[in-house]
Design a protein around this ligand. Structure first.
Ligand code: SAH
Length: 227
């Protein structure tokens, strides 16, 4: 039996459970109905360990092994809203690069809304596990790679948006360089154990990125090197 079927058997995936999460996100201020639909469509219980499946539709972050976490659904929804609504004059976002695949959940949510999603992960076991999971779920518009994401993925760039899901003390220049002229980089900025803020940086040729703070968050650190 595949993972979905097995967990469906223990009643974790009822539409009611998922809709409760969507209602909670709506109440917390997420208002893009397409984003809420994507959250309703992606089976978050498939992105966590079976032992944790009963908590998959709570609005909280959960451990995914290797000291890393799957982000809180509210934060995933918020970052997704920032990405998909970042196009100039309502221009749709066609191509996104994510740094920090982790469980693959954020990439899966984005894949419902953006034609092409590229995602990078520096921890081997997470990269392979999430790659397999995304394939099993049939999300064919996501390309994954096991690599230190600090250099981005220039062969496929530039990207309409870059999303970083680990806290950066400074934003790597290569990532800024791979955002299209006028596009955004979205991610948490701050020290690993200090204050961190989710921010958007609008990147325009010949100018320093324009930073806008969104809200306080807590993320695992952006680290260098593969392991
Ligand atoms: N987006 C993930 C959240 C994962 S937590 C999800 O939806 O589950 C952040 C992830 O960023 C961790 O898996 C961590 O290993 C990864 N990460 C941190 N620094 C990185 C880097 N330089 N390159 C690639 N991945 C990195």
């Amino acid at each position: 039996m595949n993972m979905e079927a097995r967990i469906r058997g223990i009643g974790m995936t009822s539409p009611r459970t998922r809709m409760r999460l969507v209602d909670r996100l709506r109440a917390a201020g997420i208002c893009d109905e397409n984003v809420l639909q994507a959250i309703a469509d992606v089976p978050r219980h498939c992105f966590v360990d079976e032992a944790m499946a009963s908590r998959a539709y709570d609005d909280c972050s959960l451990p995914i092994g290797e000291g890393q976490t799957i982000s809180q659904p509210y934060v995933v929804a918020l970052m997704t809203e920032l990405v998909v609504n970042s196009g100039f004059n309502g221009r749709p976002i066609q191509k996104v690069l994510e740094i920090g695949t982790g469980s693959g959940y954020q990439a899966a949510v984005l894949s419902k809304l953006v034609p092409k999603v590229y995602t990078l992960e520096r921890i081997r076991t997470l990269a392979h596990r999430s790659g397999d999971r995304l394939r099993q779920l049939g999300l064919r518009n996501i390309r994954t790679r096991y690599v230190d994401g600090i250099e981005g993925w220039s062969e496929h760039g530039p990207f309409d948006a870059v999303i970083v899901t680990a806290a950066m003390e400074t934003v790597p220049q290569a990532l800024i360089d791979q955002v299209v002229d006028g596009g955004v980089l979205v991610g948490p900025i701050g020290a690993p154990d200090g204050a961190q803020q989710l921010a958007t940086m609008r990147c325009q040729a010949g100018q320093a990125p324009r930073l806008q703070k969104v809200e306080d968050v807590r993320f695992v650190p952006f680290l260098s090197g593969k392991c």
